[in-house]
Design a protein around this ligand. Sequence first.
Ligand SMILES: Cc1cc2nc3c(=O)[nH]c(=O)nc-3n(C[C@H](O)[C@H](O)[C@H](O)COP(=O)(O)O)c2cc1C
Length: 197
Amino acid sequence: MSQESLGPDPLAVFESWFVEARTHDPRFADAMTLATASPDGRPSARTVLYKGLDDGAVCFVSNYESNKGQELELNPRAALVFFWASLNRQVRMEGHVERAAASWSDRYFAARARTSQIGAWASAQSRVIGSRAVLEARIAEAEARFLDQPVPRPSFWGGYRLQPERIEFWLGQNARLHDRYSYRAGPSGWAVERLSP
Ligand SMILES: Cc1cc2nc3c(=O)[nH]c(=O)nc-3n(C[C@H](O)[C@H](O)[C@H](O)COP(=O)(O)O)c2cc1C
């Protein structure tokens, strides 16, 4: 794979790789590993779902009071990784993370299934819970609270935007001679370099 064939805009490359991955194997093509770190540098990683690009930022949704939410509050930088096994491709991104605008989160939340909306209210994500029965009781409580009315977005739940400063494309090749291209955002746009595999 040549540098020329990728082109100068890594977000356009990402979008076309994502579409290819989804077409090839739709199962979890939108799943990405999101790594955050505490202010003292202890990393943690988990899977979240990709919710699209918005003005050059990668969007995902979560609970703002979860472990990741608390880490992002104190240390608003993250890395994320897509691995598409069916294509033997990986995309890595690193950058600054901020909360999405309330209007974006409201719109996204309103379009979710009602069960997911109720779930967002019921689950104090990342906190210890005594049993599944406690969770089910919290679901019933939320259902009763919002009976016969639309479920509003909880203030503790919404979107995040990761603004990539580095994007790397990895394409598996024979004999471990994989292709890697690393794009870095700079004052005059994206600069690209080939990396050793
Ligand atoms: C396939 C898959 C998709 C997931 N998508 C999300 C998501 O979009 N948002 C989210 O908050 N958690 C998602 N989770 C759950 C997270 O991996 C994680 O358990 C949760 O966010 C709590 O992480 P934390 O305690 O580090 O904050 C997903 C898990 C899997 C396996």
